[in-house]
Design a protein around this ligand. Structure first.
Ligand SMILES: [Zn+2]
Length: 251
């Protein structure tokens, strides 16, 4: 567990440049698409969850089902209601959680690293107990910065990019279970983290204008996609052209 000063060691510029280059090929599929992205091979596998472990929307906590900070920004009552609907069987928390940082700022403005780590764990333990399921611990994350250039806005409720070889790492927003307003909050958090100092920051994204935009990817049926895109537009607009919207149709 990389607990000590985890937020201050947000990846060196060299590490970030290397990761940026590595992801270029996977992202070409998205940048080259008009709006509808051609799904990679075995795309169906992305919709077959192998467990019902609650994780974060953070791209480094792949697998299971995601809610920002394991639901901590929803408030306990609503989070419990949604977690039951998602049929969550296990709860986790994780190191360096951006949602925990936001939650603490809401309460009292203190964002010391140890306060963030403690809050994330305390929420996870409390939430598991209330839900009547096991708490499986405070997960380590790698790399030590946010490497996602995509946030998936998922109407299926089961999408996981990590089950498909040629999909880039991305934040995952469970739109299926969330109100449109709250889902917008989560995707707003994702893009602000990705474009901030804990992500690639402002240094790399503007080097190559065309292939450097952050990507919101709506995932839904043919009928759902136009609505999802409309929901994403006002969030993307806050970034003055720095965020583009693409779609992936559920097979
Ligand atoms: Zn998190």
């Amino acid at each position: 567990m990389n607990k000590e000063n985890s937020m201050e060691h947000a990846g060196s510029l060299e590490e970030k440049e290397l990761e940026w280059k590595k992801q270029g090929k996977l992202l070409a599929r998205f940048y080259e698409a008009e709006q509808d992205v051609v799904p990679p091979e075995n795309f169906k596998d992305a919709f077959r969850p192998v467990d019902r472990i609650l994780r974060c929307i953070d791209e480094r906590t792949k697998g299971g089902l995601p809610l920002a900070g394991s639901g901590m920004l929803l408030g306990k009552k609503e989070a419990l209601c949604i977690a039951r609907e998602m049929k969550i069987e296990v709860v986790t928390s994780h190191v360096d959680c951006g949602a925990a940082k936001i939650a603490i700022e809401r309460f009292n403005g203190i964002t010391l690293d140890n306060a963030v780590e403690r809050y994330a764990q305390e929420w996870g333990i409390m939430f598991a107990k209330e839900l009547g399921v096991p708490y499986a611990g405070h997960l380590a994350v790698a790399p030590n910065f946010h490497n996602a250039r995509v946030a998936y806005y998922d109407a299926s409720g089961s999408f996981d990019w990590s089950r498909v070889k040629n999909l880039p790492a991305g934040f995952r927003i469970s739109r299926k279970y969330l109100s449109p307003d709250y889902a917008k909050t989560e995707i707003g958090i994702a893009v602000s983290i990705a474009m901030g100092p804990h992500g690639y920051g402002h240094i790399i994204p503007f080097r190559d204008e065309r292939n450097s935009k952050f990507i919101f990817t709506a995932i839904g049926s043919k009928e759902e996609l136009p609505h999802l895109v409309e929901e994403l537009k006002p969030v993307a607009a806050k970034y003055y052209g720095g965020v583009i919207i693409k779609t992936l149709q559920i097979p």
